[in-house]
Design a binder for this molecule. Structure first.
Ligand code: MTE
Length: 320
């Protein structure tokens, strides 16, 4: 992703540890083997992100077998340490800094053009929602991908709870804003807080999911605890993390990245291998944790579920 105005102390991605070194399989295996030895000795430190979460007892949840994968799941150890979370840094190793995020108490406000505006405590929300596990592909516009087991609930259930009024066409999602905790939010050239948007039709598509857990556990903070959006047919930047507000509106929301670089990051951002991004060709993707490059699939392989949403849209830039 791109930074508009850069200060001297910013670490550009090209200067961060290159992915092929960071992700070197042998190093990972060696690391795991070392961890195994520590565990056997009973001295293993708990990883920082395994902190007890009050919702831990809810997981694992039953897997919804309708969502199958065409590839292996990405190892938890890898997916958990390769995250985009600009509130905690512009590099991928945001997981240590993200541990500062306090996820209790946490509320999610539903407002705007709805019949039932309310502010929900996250644990009350979790108790209300039908939790399930889904295996989804996850494709970043930076041309890497993973496959992960999310736990959570269909966004359509939250929409039902809100009760949209007839004029509501879009949903605007907003992340927390707390620069004392999230150092990245002191970078005033970014339009904080992070915002994303969907049409109501997209939000009620069966695939749109609010993730509250992953790998059979509550969501670790670097993944956007305690609740984040997952839209697997779109590029990963649409999947807004650590959501505090969900507003129903008749105006198309301008997302965080769209506000920064509208020519590069649009509203729709549907995955399409034939439409290259200015920075990254999109025809193939590197599969995290492997040496594999796979051909990218239209709508990230979810064409059957979502192509109908867009079939009559002409003049819209659907694929960036
Ligand atoms: N949400 C917030 N609040 N802040 C972010 O920086 N990054 C986005 C998205 N959601 C981001 C965010 C981007 S660019 C991607 S690719 C995905 O989160 C990464 O999700 P992951 O870390 O679970 O792979």
């Amino acid at each position: 992703m791109n930074i508009l105005k850069k200060r001297s102390w910013d670490l550009p991605e090209r200067e961060a540890t290159p992915e092929h070194i960071f992700m070197n399989r042998r190093q990972i295996l060696a690391g795991l083997a070392g961890g195994g030895a520590l565990l056997a000795s009973g001295l293993a430190p708990r990883p920082a992100f395994a902190e007890e979460d009050p919702s831990a007892g809810l997981y694992p949840v039953k897997r919804n077998a309708a969502y199958e994968l065409d590839r292996d799941l990405t190892a938890e150890e890898i997916a958990s340490k390769y995250n985009n979370f600009y509130e905690f840094g512009t590099h991928k190793q945001t997981w240590p800094a993200a541990q500062k995020l306090k996820i209790r108490p946490w509320t999610v406000t539903l407002d705007g053009m709805i019949d039932n505006p309310q502010t929900l405590d996250i644990d009350d929300l979790l108790a209300k929602m039908p939790l399930e596990e889904r295996l989804y592909r996850h494709r970043c516009v930076e041309a890497w991908s993973m496959a992960v087991p999310w736990s959570g609930f269909p966004l359509a259930e939250l929409v039902k709870l809100a009760g949209p009024q007839s004029g509501a066409k879009y949903i605007r999602f907003e992340t927390f804003f707390d620069p004392a905790v999230a150092n990245g939010q002191n970078q005033s050239w970014y339009p904080w807080p992070y915002v994303e948007g969907l049409t109501l039709e997209e939000a009620t598509n069966e695939l749109a999911f609010m993730a509250t857990g992953i790998y059979g556990k509550p969501l670790p903070k670097q993944f956007g605890a305690p609740v984040r959006l997952v839209t697997p047919w779109k590029y990963g930047f649409k999947c807004i993390k650590s959501v505090v507000k969900i507003s129903f509106t008749d105006e198309r929301p301008v997302s965080f990245w769209e506000e920064i670089q509208p020519q590069e990051y649009g509203f729709w951002a549907n995955v399409n291998p034939s439409v290259p991004h200015r920075r990254w060709p999109q025809s193939s993707e590197s599969v995290l944790g492997t040496d594999e490059r796979r051909n990218t699939l239209l709508y990230n392989g979810y064409e059957e579920q979502v192509a109908g949403i867009y079939k009559d849209m002409t003049g819209e830039l659907l694929f960036f």
